[in-house]
Design a protein around this ligand. Structure first.
Ligand code: BTN
Length: 269
C-alpha cells in the first residue's frame, strides 16, 4: 500500500527518514524537496521522504525529463542533512544505486545489475534511475536523493522513450507493493550511508563491481561530443570508473557509457 503509515510500519528499527509525505501529483519530488530546503535551513528537522504517485516535470540526469505517469513508477526524494562537508557526491550516488538494487533483489527474480554511475538495469534495460541534488551550506550540506523506479510503464511511454527500458511488473511477473519497496530501499540505504560515512566507498567497491553490467566489456564513454573507447574495469575505491584504453588506464569521473557507438550517438543527441 502506498501511504505514509504503511511505509513507516515497514521500516527497520532505527531507520527514520523524518517526515513522510505521499502526494497524488507534483511537478518533481526533487524540485519540491529543494524548495522545502530553501524555505527552511538544512537542519536535521528538514529530513523527509517525499513520494508522489505522478510527476508532471520529473527530472532525470543530464537535464533529461523523467516521464512519471500515475502509478507507473515509484517517484521519491529523500532529503538528508550531513554533518560534514561532502566531496563524495558521486560515490553516494553509486551507494544509492546499490541500495536500490539490493532492495529490488529482495523481491526475488534475477539479481539486477548496475551501469556506471547509477543506473539500475535488468538485462540491458533500465529499471531505475537516481538523481542526487544538493542544497545547504558547506558545513551542513543537504542531499536530495531522487529515485525513480519503473513499476508498470504504459506501452506508449516505453515507445516515447525510445530507449531500452523495462519495469518490475515485466521482470517479476507480479504486482509490486510500492510502499514496501520504498521502505526496503530506506532499510538498505540508511545503513549503507552510515557505512559509507565510516569507511568510504571502498566498503562497497566489490559489491558494486559484482553487479556491474559492463565489467570487462568494451564500451564507449560519451562526454558531450567526445567519444572514448575502452574496456570497463569496474570502479575504484572512490567510485570512479576505470577504463582501459590504448593509452593506459583512465580514471573517469564524468560522462555516460554505452555498449556501442551507435547507442552513444543515438541516445546523447
Ligand atoms: C536518471 O536520469 O536516471 C535519474 C532519474 C531520477 C528520477 C527521479 S523520480 C523522483 C525524483 N524526482 C525527480 O524529478 N527526479 C527523481
Amino acid at each position: 500500500m502506498l501511504n505514509a503509515e504503511a511505509i513507516r510500519k515497514a521500516l527497520s528499527p532505527g531507520v527514520d527518514p523524518g517526515r513522510i509525505d505521499v502526494v497524488e501529483e507534483i511537478d518533481s519530488t526533487n524540485a519540491e524537496a529543494l524548495r522545502r530546503l530553501a524555505d527552511a535551513p538544512a537542519t536535521p528537522g528538514a529530513e523527509c521522504l517525499l513520494v508522489a504517485r505522478s510527476q508532471t516535470a520529473g527530472r532525470g540526469r543530464r537535464g533529461r525529463q523523467w516521464l512519471s505517469p500515475q502509478n507507473a513508477g515509484i517517484y521519491l526524494s529523500l532529503t538528508q542533512v550531513f554533518e560534514a562537508e561532502l566531496n563524495q557526491l558521486q560515490a553516494l550516488s553509486l551507494v544509492t544505486a546499490l541500495s536500490v538494487a539490493q532492495a529490488i533483489d529482495e523481491l526475488g527474480g534475477e539479481p539486477v545489475q548496475l551501469k556506471w554511475p547509477n543506473d539500475v538495469l535488468a538485462g540491458n534495460k533500465k529499471l531505475a534511475g537516481i538523481l542526487l541534488e544538493t542544497s545547504g551550506n558547506h558545513q551542513q550540506p543537504a542531499i536530495v536523493f531522487g529515485i525513480g523506479i519503473n513499476l508498470k510503464l504504459p506501452a506508449e511511454v516505453i515507445e516515447d522513450l525510445g530507449r531500452p527500458v523495462t519495469d518490475l511488473s515485466t521482470e517479476l511477473k507480479s504486482e509490486i507493493d510500492a510502499g514496501s519497496l520504498i521502505a526496503s530501499i530506506c532499510n538498505r540505504l540508511f545503513p549503507n550511508l552510515k557505512t559509507h560515512a565510516q569507511q568510504g566507498f571502498i566498503a562497497f567497491q566489490d559489491d558494486w563491481n559484482s553487479r556491474d553490467r559492463y565489467l570487462h566489456r568494451d564500451v564507449i564513454l560519451a562526454n558531450g561530443n567526445d567519444r572514448n573507447i575502452g574496456r570497463a574495469l569496474g570502479v575504484d575505491a572512490q567510485g570512479a570508473l576505470l577504463l582501459q584504453t590504448a593509452q593506459g588506464i583512465r580514471t573517469v569521473s564524468g560522462g555516460e557509457i554505452f555498449p556501442s557507438l551507435y547507442e552513444a550517438d543515438k541516445f546523447t543527441s
